[in-house]
Write a protein that binds this ligand. Structure first.
Ligand code: ADP
Length: 195
């Protein structure tokens, strides 16, 4: 059982992935979290990607594919939720190859659909709330970087929607409503897909 969560920044991929971890026992693999951890650890890799992330651009395919490969090799989970990966066609092909090698299939690519106006509002709210609660604000949660992140999404990641539709696994979900309602829809898709 392997599921991809596709969608623009602020679509709720992280929030929904965490809920699916709780309800379906899948393991969440978030390349964004992995890259932020690398940055926080001050590792050579972290230093290399920090500026790219802060500009809102995509980190190179080699780096993120390497991170995913490592995690897949070191886990014996019964299934994964890929959150924020793949983000380019090259990454999607690489993931297809890795899953094939492991003898498993991709059950669903769930597309969280949210329009750009709502995304900007959500992300700027997230930054405000973190600040108000005395928590650190993500370095890329500001209006300038967000415009770049949305551009990267439309140019490099949105083509994956057709890619997975062509493979017959695309499941579009309206992600503009309440978190719980969206979570219920996702749970139904995942259950139907066999988890
Ligand atoms: P969001 O989806 O809200 O933009 P993420 O936490 O998924 O946030 O990613 C944050 C940043 O990390 C991205 O803007 C990008 O620079 C980098 N990143 C994450 N995943 C990938 C990936 N699969 N390929 C390239 N860059 C990535």
């Amino acid at each position: 059982m392997n599921v991809i969560l596709l969608g623009p920044p602020g679509a709720g991929k992280g929030t929904q992935a965490e809920l699916l971890v709780k309800t379906h026992g899948l393991v969440q693999l978030s390349t964004g979290d992995m890259l932020r951890q690398a940055k926080a650890s001050g590792s050579e890799l972290g230093n290399r990607v920090a500026e790219v992330m802060e500009r809102g651009e995509l980190v190179t395919d080699d780096i993120v594919i390497g991170l995913i490969k490592e995690k897949l090799a070191s886990s014996d989970a019964k299934g994964f939720i890929f959150d924020g990966f793949p983000r380019t066609l090259a990454q999607a092909d690489a993931l297809g190859g890795l899953l094939e090698e492991a003898g498993v299939t991709l059950s669903a690519a769930i597309e969280l659909q949210v329009n750009d106006k709502i995304l900007v509002k959500r992300i700027l709210n997230r930054a405000e709330q973190a600040k108000a609660a005395g928590q650190p604000v993500r370095a890329d949660d500001n209006e300038e970087t967000l415009v770049q992140r949305l551009e990267a999404y439309h140019a490099q990641t949105a083509p994956l929607i057709d890619y997975y539709a062509g493979k017959g696994v695309l499941k579009p979900v309206d992600a503009m409503g309440e978190i719980d309602a969206i979570a219920n829809e996702l749970a139904a898709i995942v259950s139907e897909a066999g988890a």
